[in-house]
Design a protein around this ligand. Structure first.
Ligand code: B3K
Ligand code: ZN
Length: 859
């Protein structure tokens, strides 16, 4: 496998003036004809036309209409030496979508045709300069059997359609906006359509269509509503209007990722479209809204302004994640969303940063671009945009994004170009800030405070440091926005949020006229993606937990107290934790009084997840973390059993099912409480969970019950899981949940369960959702059993990676994630994880995707 470097970027040798694609979808093969008008790129450095192509048979090539044979094909590239200044090239090739299990390029899902071209799937369809900086106008003709494939879609507007001989029909689609080939899409199949419309801010009517399998039409209303909200939000918040007359979403059940933003033809994983109270949880509803928004927002951030090369992936992904996070925050509770996003960032991105796979938001090199659709590019990338938003303020940030869209509409640009717009619009120098894009790793920020009573002065001293990461040492200090507020000893806010800009390795900020020592609320809203260490006392944290005006930091104070308590119990199992347990009692009492946001209380009552606790450990011992965490939960249960039961009862479902924030908060709170009440897994616990299941009129409550029963050995467990399967066996997305909820069980017979699930008739190695529902659920959400000292957990994952290597290399590579942090575990676990990685590396015919991740992990 070959490494590609950012520094080697050169502009494409030829521009594509227009692209005509014709697809003849036949049983057993598809014939693709591509006719492209090329003209030499004045900025290009070579005069050879080099086209990428994979997994296809070239049938004929014609240059300016004449048969042409003077080309060479080697290493996935067709080269034509000096074809001239302007010419047209027609290539006819044969491909086999029905045999495509990699789910890249043109493939079939449940008999329907669909495409996935980002990042480099277009080359599996036809020979082309498969790079994002070649933008062209596409016209696409599709021909297929009319009965089997009544729906035939591509990007843009429908130009022509008609019947042909032998029961075949055709359609021609035209997208007037030049686009890179990774945004090309085609769908052909037997699908039902759900329709609605949206009127844009200038009064244009846009048709909105969601295509699903027959029978799924009743599960589209939430996705449709989310799409309309997204379109309106982008007009209101960014002034961005949709440009075409039609916007299509197609849901397919075989998909490598969540969804894809192809111009006017988004292709979605069914998991992120279909949602109904009976089959989807509240958090599924939130994900659908967020991802529908995400893909729609790409229309401007990604499609209208696209990436120059794949090193700039975060230009569109980081910005678009930031946009979808803000959209969700505006539609729901901002603090709750921020808490959940930060939890994910810490659990998954911080751990990536701490692994041999750590990389910068704008990396310098990669082997396989598919491996770079990471938490760093996406979620840390979003944090970088968020920090620029914080530094500039909302109004100036909006000016800067207006400038960005004005300056670069229709172009393929870099992260540097984006930050330059931020700098130009604000008049600020952001060159130090740009280091965030180039330096990998999670910075540490240490804060010490000092109160000088005689001068009534309070100071905060910040020390930042950057960890070494692969091929990066001696890093420079970063420009860190730290949002700070000050409270007095009674919890009154003395100083509302102010953004301190830390730019030095060590820097002190002074607050004058402080009659008493204040309590600082530091890094409000998690204003920078750093590991924060403060010298706050437990009492300071307790004050913040009750009085902080910042919802995020209020929660964070409680989590810090919990982390300190967990650490104490890990160090000394007999440690006295009565104060912490009493604090939880105060929260429960608040809940009983009916005050406060239930969703926030649910999060306050939840101890940090093992994956978050692990980030604070020098050496990770999952069993030891779990033991301490569970011991604390048991003590909370014993101390507050009656109050918890009362809180549970108080939040019972009363009457009609509803999706209001209040109702979702109530369900989340019941879940958090039931989790504590059932921690001991005795007969009473199982009875409680079973009762919760029996009373459920929605999927959220059912999943709560199953999650609380998962670890149990009581007879109710089998009963409820069997009932669940019988009810929902015809709903693949719910069967995914059934797999996952068993895979996360922390119980003795888990390895027998896993074997049973692997051999279950409903398991399908070719379906990524099902693979994830078993393997990712186990390896990521069952850390105790995944890291079982026997090594059986690692072997289970190793075997599926080896099996998937030839079937679907992208999914195989992704599955390696839980192994890559191996060096952070105890020596005994390390050795077993390393052995699993080495066994994968020794597999014959290892794909470039898996090779890159495994070999880098082992370094
Ligand atoms: N842009 C797509 C990612 C597709 C990558 C496939 N290897 C999804 C998204 O971020 O919106
Ligand atoms: Zn995206």
């Amino acid at each position: 496998p070959k490494t590609i470097y950012l520094k080697d970027y050169t502009p494409a040798p030829y521009l594509a003036k227009q692209v005509n694609l014709s697809f003849n979808l036949l049983p057993g093969k598809t014939i693709v004809t591509s006719s492209v008008d090329y003209v030499k790129n004045p900025a290009g450095v070579s005069s050879d036309l080099v086209l990428d192509g994979e997994d296809q048979t070239v049938i004929s090539v014609a240059l300016n209409g004449q048969p042409f044979e003077d080309y060479t094909i080697a290493d996935g590239q067709m080269t034509i030496v000096n074809p001239g200044h302007a010419f047209s090239l027609t290539i006819v090739s044969e491909i086999h979508p029905e045999a495509n299990t990699a789910l890249e390029g043109l493939y079939q899902s449940q008999g329907n045709y669909c495409t996935q071209c980002e990042a480099e799937g277009f080359r599996r369809i036809t020979y082309y300069q498969d790079r994002p900086d070649v933008l062209s106008v596409f016209t696409v003709r599709i021909e297929a059997d009319a009965l089997a494939y009544p729906v035939m879609l591509s990007n843009g507007n429908l130009q022509e359609e008609g019947m042909l001989a032998d029961g075949r029909h055709f359609r021609v689609w035209h997208d007037p906006f030049p686009k890179p080939c990774y945004l090309f899409a085609l769908v052909a199949g037997d699908l039902e359509r759900v329709a609605d419309t949206f009127t844009t801010m200038t009064g244009r009517k846009v048709d909105l269509h969601i295509y699903v399998r027959a029978g799924d039409e009743g599960q589209c209303s939430h996705a449709m509503a989310s799409l309309k909200k997204s379109m309106q939000w982008d007009e209101e918040v960014y002034g961005r209007e949709y440009q075409l007359d039609l916007f299509n979403i197609v849901a397919v059940s075989d998909f490598n990722m969540g969804a894809m933003e192809n111009t006017s033809l988004n292709v979605f994983n069914t998991a992120l479209v279909l949602a109904h109270q009976e089959t989807a949880t509240d958090s599924d509803f939130m994900s659908v809204e967020g991802v529908i928004g995400h893909e729609y927002f790409h229309n401007w951030t990604g499609n209208r302004v696209t990436c120059r090369d794949w090193f700039q992936l975060s230009l569109k992904e980081g910005f678009t994640v930031f946009r979808d996070q803000e959209f969700s925050a505006d539609m729901n509770s901002r603090a709750v969303l921020r808490i959940d996003d930060v939890n994910t960032l810490r659990r998954l991105q911080f751990s990536e940063d701490g692994s041999p796979l750590a990389h910068a938001v704008q990396p310098d090199q990669f082997i396989e671009i598919s491996n770079f659709y990471t938490k760093t590019i996406y979620d840390k990338g979003a944090e970088l945009i968020r920090m620029q938003h914080t530094l500039l303020g909302a109004e100036t940030f909006r000016k800067a994004t207006d400038l960005y869209f004005d300056r670069f509409d229709g172009q393929a640009v870099t992260c540097d170009d984006f930050v330059q717009c931020m700098a130009d619009a604000s008049g600020r120098d952001l060159s130090q800030f740009f280091r965030w894009y180039k330096q990998a790793g999670t910075p540490s920020l240490q804060v010490s405070s000092h109160y000088d009573a005689s001068h009534q002065r309070y100071t905060l001293t910040f020390k930042q440091s950057q960890p070494d990461t692969p091929e990066q040492t001696n890093k420079q200090p970063l420009h860190i926005p730290v949002a700070v507020g000050l409270l007095d000893a009674f919890g009154q806010e003395l100083l509302p949020t102010r953004v301190l800009e830390v730019t030095e390795r060590e820097q002190t900020f002074t607050f004058a006229d402080m009659a008493d020592r204040p309590v600082p609320s530091i890094l409000r809203g998690f204003s920078a993606p750093v590991k924060l260490e403060t010298d706050l006392s437990d009492d300071d944290l307790r004050l913040l937990q009750v009085y902080d005006t910042d919802g995020f930091n209020k929660w964070e104070a409680g989590q810090t107290l919990a982390l300190r308590t967990i650490q104490r119990v890990m160090d000394q199992p007999e440690a006295d934790i009565t104060q912490f347990v009493a604090d939880i009692g105060t929260l429960i009492a608040q809940g009983l009084s009916g005050q406060g946001d239930k969703a926030l209380l649910a999060r306050a009552l939840s101890l940090p997840l093992l994956g978050v606790i692990a980030q604070h450990q020098a050496v990770i011992d999952p069993a030891a973390i779990d033991a301490a965490r569970t011991a604390i939960l048991i003590q909370i249960k014993r101390t507050h059993k009656e109050a918890l039961a009362a809180l549970y009862d108080l939040n019972r479902n009363s009457g009609e099912f509803s999706m209001t924030p209040e109702a979702m908060g109530r369900r989340a709170l019941q879940h958090a409480v039931l989790e504590i009440l059932t921690v001991t897994n005795g007969t009473g616990c199982a009875a409680r969970s079973k009762a919760h299941y029996d009373a459920a009129d929605n999927m959220t409550d059912r999943v709560t019950a199953l999650a609380c029963l998962a670890d149990s050995d009581q007879p109710q467990r089998a009963e409820v899981f069997a009932d669940f399967y019988a009810r929902f066996k015809n709903y693949p997305l719910v069967v995914d949940k059934w797999f996952s909820l068993q895979a996360i069980a922390n119980r003795e017979q888990i390895f027998e369960d896993l074997a049973m699930l692997r051999n279950h008739a409903d398991f399908n190695i070719k379906n990524p959702n099902r693979v994830r529902s078993l393997y990712s659920a186990f390896a990521i959400n069952n850390p105790v059993k995944f890291h079982d000292p026997s090594g059986k957990g690692y072997a289970f994952l190793r075997d599926v990676i080896i099996e998937l290597n030839t079937i679907n290399p992208q999914i195989a590579a992704r599955m390696v994630t839980p192994l890559r942090e191996w060096k952070r575990y105890t020596p005994a676990l390390q050795a077993q994880m390393q052995a699993a990685l080495e066994a994968i590396l020794a597999t014959p015919n290892l794909s470039g995707d898996v090779f890159e991740i495994v070999s880098k992990s082992l370094k």
